[in-house]
Design a protein around this ligand. Structure first.
Ligand code: AGP
Length: 575
């Protein structure tokens, strides 16, 4: 996944304004970035530095997550054609790029990168020898297979050509300027007026207007839509990292979501509950942290007799048996995860019904769903998903309550605040394990998904090897790795005797046990993290929040980049 932003403005603006917009999409990719201001092309490896001073009236930019070709300056976007007359940025994958490249190379084009994207600029350059740009775009859509959101500029013209197939792209209309980007976050502080690209549409965007076209080059009327987006609740400036800001946003995000499920999202929520009630089969599809939230949801729903299955989206086709009576529930923060999109396409092919729960409104997953609800967690900039996980889990708990799960959600946000207030104690504990090479997190039943989630956060942010597992599986092999001093975070709910016995097993082998528990009196150990609730559902969410803080503080102690990539910027400007 990459992020792209283009601006065409009636007034001159510095390139840094383009990069500020791009920075809002950094969660989409962060290994390299670049921009083109109509004259020169700048690319850097590393995270986005907002520092371009030259003035322009049109520019395009890109933040990359490498797929084809390593993380190098040459592979960073934008890419130029041989004579520099065409410059493009691209999000997606051109599947037949090797064929296109061979053909273009035969015609004399020379390539400077290993990316699939570079063929686009050369394709345009070749076509422009004989045709106007709109015909070239139509040819490109015919010739290219794969997914793409492309922004192209021709040297000397303050216009952006934007093309879309299966990768997100949206146009924003603000005062004196038009913006085009991978999602509305890029400009949601400037305007609430947007036009959404459908597949195989393209647009010509100027400072004073825009025109959409279909795949045959016929003009398409595209009305502007008003979108509603929650403003970020606190300023990033007050915190060292986005991750901490986003964790501290959690109580507000929970309240906002639960309130909306009783008010503006109530009709959609009731419709979802009806679909769940009537479905013969329910399958969740998601990845990473969202998968862990769906596992928690699977637990909540099972407890109230709602049979369901949850699958990692990249394996969906291999394990799902979808038919017309199946309800597939996609869970995704970004709403753009390709494996989830693939699962939904497959579900549709099999005649299944598709619903989703996403944090990014108007995202691809939302738009391809029969019914979609919003998480309303606000923008997640840090690559580690935190507040979205809490909102996803709270949503699923609310859904389970609809089917009889006993839980008082009115004080959930307050209970989250309670964990956040303990962050100094959690920091001390996290710092004491930061030097570990390996770490284990164990749980059972409700706390198994939480153990997986905490381990993922620790790996992702602190780079400590962490394994999250079912306590019951320890004795079947992994226990061999527990030795004197190995940290084991044990998530102990309601004095569950089984997880207590697993905890004793590792303790007997010398493990440094860190309990996260709602019965701290049982442990009396320094470092024990006490969670105030005796409700199953809330305990799962609160324990996960404690785990997010452990991951954050361990990473901070180790000086990890947390919000940023490891390899930092070195600039090159290509004329
Ligand atoms: C979580 O910290 C990760 N960044 C990752 O596992 C993420 O949850 C996963 O890639 C799924 O993303 P999505 O929720 O946007 O679909």
């Amino acid at each position: 996944m990459c992020g792209i932003v283009g601006i065409v403005s009636q007034r001159e603006f510095p390139a840094s304004a383009l990069l500020e917009r791009l920075k809002r999409l950094e969660y989409r990719g962060y290994d390299s970035f670049g921009y083109y201001d109509g004259r020169a092309l700048t690319k850097r490896v590393g995270s986005i530095a907002v520092d371009g001073r030259g003035l322009t009236r049109a520019g395009i930019s890109h933040t990359r997550w490498a797929t084809h070709g390593g993380v190098t300056q040459a592979n960073a976007h934008p890419h130029a054609s041989c004579d520099g007359g065409v410059v493009i940025v691209h999000n997606g994958i051109i599947e037949n790029f090797e064929d296109l490249k061979r053909e273009l190379a035969r015609k004399g084009h020379r390539f400077a990168s290993q990316t699939d994207s570079e063929v686009i600029g050369h394709f345009f350059e070749e076509g422009l020898k004989t045709k106007p740009v709109r015909s070239v775009i139509v040819d490109f859509m015919r010739a290219a297979s794969g997914t793409f959101a492309v922004l192209a500029m021709l040297k000397g013209r303050d216009e952006i050509y934007a093309v879309k197939r299966d990768s997100p792209l949206v146009l924003g209309v603000a005062k004196d300027m038009n913006l085009v980007a991978s999602d509305i976050y890029a400009f949601s502080d400037l305007t609430d007026q947007a036009a959404f690209f459908e597949n195989d549409e393209f647009a010509v965007i100027r400072d004073d207007g825009f025109q959409f076209f279909d795949r045959a080059g016929r003009a398409v009327r595209k009305p502007l839509q008003r979108f509603v987006w929650q403003k970020e609740s606190s300023s990033r400036k007050a915190f060292k990292h986005h991750m901490m800001k986003e964790i501290l946003d959690e109580p507000e995000a929970v309240d906002r979501l639960l309130f909306s499920l009783e008010h503006e999202q109530k009709p959609a929520f009731d419709e979802l509950a009806g679909l769940v009630r009537r479905a013969k089969k329910i399958i969740f599809a998601s990845c990473g942290t969202s998968y862990h939230a769906s596992l928690l949801g699977a637990y909540f729903l099972h407890k109230v007799g709602v049979e369901n299955q949850t699958l990692i989206a990249s394996e969906f086709r291999h394990f799902a048996n979808v038919d017309k009576d199946t309800l597939v529930v996609a869970i995704s923060q970004s709403g753009e995860t390709m494996d989830v999109i693939d699962s939904l396409n497959y579900a549709r092919e099999c005649g299944g019904r598709v619903v989703s729960l996403v944090n990014v409104p108007y995202s691809t997953i939302q738009r391809m769903s029969d019914l979609s609800l919003n998480l309303l967690a606000g923008q997640e900039v840090c690559v580690a998903s935190t507040k979205a996980f809490v909102s996803q889990s709270a949503f699923l708990l609310r859904l389970a309550r609809e089917f009889g799960f006993r839980v008082n959600l009115a004080n959930l946000a307050d209970r989250v605040r309670g964990i956040l207030r303990k962050r100094e104690d959690i920091r001390r504990m996290a710092e004491s394990v930061a030097a570990s090479r390996d770490l284990y997190v164990i749980g059972r039943g409700l706390t198994y998904p939480v153990a997986r989630e905490i381990a993922l956060k620790i790996k992702e942010i602190s780079y400590i090897h962490a394994e999250g597992m079912m306590g019951g599986e320890l004795k079947h092999g992994t226990i061999a790795l527990i030795e004197d001093g190995t940290p084991v975070i044990s998530i102990i709910n309601n004095s569950d005797p089984d997880i207590i016995s697993n905890t004793k097993e590792v303790e007997a082998r010398g493990a440094k046990v860190i309990p996260i528990t709602n019965n701290p009196a049982l442990w009396r150990k320094p470092g024990t993290i006490a969670v105030r609730t005796d409700n199953d559902g809330k305990f799962g969410i609160l324990a996960a929040v404690a785990g997010q803080l452990i991951a954050y503080y361990a990473a901070d102690k180790l000086g990890r980049p947390i919000d940023k990539p490891r390899n930092l910027a070195k600039s090159v400007t290509v004329k």
